[in-house]
Design a binder for this molecule. Structure first.
Ligand code: ADP
Ligand code: MG
Length: 399
């Protein structure tokens, strides 16, 4: 079994990266014909997976990853693409060949190294970002490989742009769509968009239709399989020098974790090892794993990880609606699951007669799309998406 380093928080790369064979297979298959929307809650492993495409692409493909966390205008988005492409050594020759094009932009973006010579590119809103961006992307067709352009946290970027300038958000959506649908570009270029929050919600808020993105093939990043999780835990423990790992202990890990999300596995293993060291032992006990869950996962990490689930409701809705959402979540946390009818009754009571069926139905789908809830039996019964979130909600927000 290979040695693997545990990592909590930063992306998992190289030897830290475990499994994901299912998703990787799905992604490459989808990329043959389309661009992709890669969805999952925060910390499920999207970014790690995207970087894997870049680090270990299939033959004939190159992938580029853009840092768009600070982007709040389309111009800044184009700038970021330029910046990343010009820094990439694989593109040195291409950049030299495109010197004239970049020269034209010279006084627009900040100083940047271009194939040995420094071109001064000052950041200023490009007056024609659409044309500049389009020409840039078209130039990539000159490469011999196929290209994947990766935009992580796309819905969040869109939302930031929309907050500054709604029209700009619409323009960017259509611009991206038109590039994806251009047959000449499609021959060589694919986009992979990542998202931790439901894009439907963002589109609705900016007043754009789902048609803007319905050409993207959706791939959902899931938890590990039970077998893969078991082997992963074993590998992490072995690498940390734990000698005897009984089947019972592995079962305990899986039972406590419930849905084996890699991030939670990493935390639970790390915290269990801490607990073991604290007790001066060389093997793990079930109690140590329970302790690690209660104190490490739910408290220490949970505070940072889950708080945004709580706060986000306030960003999305007016205070009354946010309170209603919280009340519904608390009730579901307490009882395990509720039928749609029961939730509707509670919703109406909370909204004091002001809540209509459409609002209710949007709220439920938002909570599903944003990974709070899962609807079973044809969406007639709702429960928390993960046991960990439910336990955390019960502990911190169900007074
Ligand atoms: N393939 C993987 N192998 C091992 N650990 C992983 C893997 N994917 C995710 N993780 C764990 O999850 C954490 C978050 O991963 P990341 O890729 O940043 O998720 P996301 O982009 O969905 O928020 C990592 O710090 C690591 O602990
Ligand atoms: Mg990420």
């Amino acid at each position: 079994m290979s040695r693997i380093h545990g990592v909590i928080g930063p992306t998992a790369r190289g030897v830290e990266f475990w499994d994901r064979e299912r998703e990787i297979g799905q992604i490459w298959k989808a990329l043959e014909t389309s661009s992709i929307l890669l969805t999952a809650p925060r910390r499920f492993g999207k970014t790690s997976l995207m970087l894997r495409l870049m680090d270990q692409p299939q033959d004939g493909w190159w992938a580029f990853f853009f840092e768009v966390e600070a982007v709040d205008r389309p111009e800044a988005f184009i700038t970021e693409i330029i910046r990343t492409l010009l820094r990439d050594q694989r593109l040195d020759r291409w950049a030299r060949q495109s010197k004239k094009f970049f020269g034209k932009l010279a006084n627009r973006i900040e100083e940047i190294e271009l194939a040995g010579t420094r071109v001064s590119l000052r950041e200023q809103p490009a007056p024609h970002w659409q044309e500049t961006g389009r020409e840039l992307i078209e130039r990539l067709r000159g490469l011999e490989t196929k290209i994947i352009l990766i935009i992580d946290e796309f819905p969040l970027m869109l939302e930031r742009i929309h907050k500054k300038d709604n029209l700009a958000a619409h323009e960017l959506l259509s611009w991206l769509r038109s590039l994806r649908q251009n047959p000449d570009l499609h021959e060589k270029i694919r986009w992979v968009m990542g998202g931790s929050i439901g894009i439907e919600h963002v589109l609705r808020r900016i007043g754009a239709g789902i048609k803007e993105i319905n050409d993207l093939e959706r791939i959902h990043v899931r938890e590990f399989s039970q077998d893969s999780a078991r082997e992963f835990i074993q590998a992490l423990l072995r690498s940390a020098g734990v000698q005897r790992i009984s089947r019972e202990i592995l079962d305990k890990f899986l039972e406590v974790i419930d849905i084996p999300i890699p991030y939670f596995i990493q935390i639970l293993v790390c915290e269990s090892l801490n607990e073991m060291k604290l007790q001066n032992k060389r093997t793990l006990s079930k109690e140590m794993i329970e302790q690690a869950y209660e104190n490490g996962l739910l408290d220490l990490y949970g505070r940072r990880y889950f708080e945004h689930y709580y706060k986000r409701l306030r960003d999305y809705y007016d205070p009354e609606m946010a309170d209603t959402a919280k009340a519904l979540l608390t009730e579901i946390a307490r009882r395990g699951s509720l039928t749609k009818r029961e939730l509707w009754t509670k919703f109406q009571a909370h909204m004091k007669g002001q809540g209509d069926a459409d609002t209710f139905s949007h709220l439920l789908s938002d909570l599903e799309n944003d990974f709070y809830l899962v609807g079973d039996h044809g969406r007639q019964r709702f429960r928390f998406a993960t046991k960990v979130l439910r336990d955390w909600w019960l502990r911190h927000h169900a007074l």
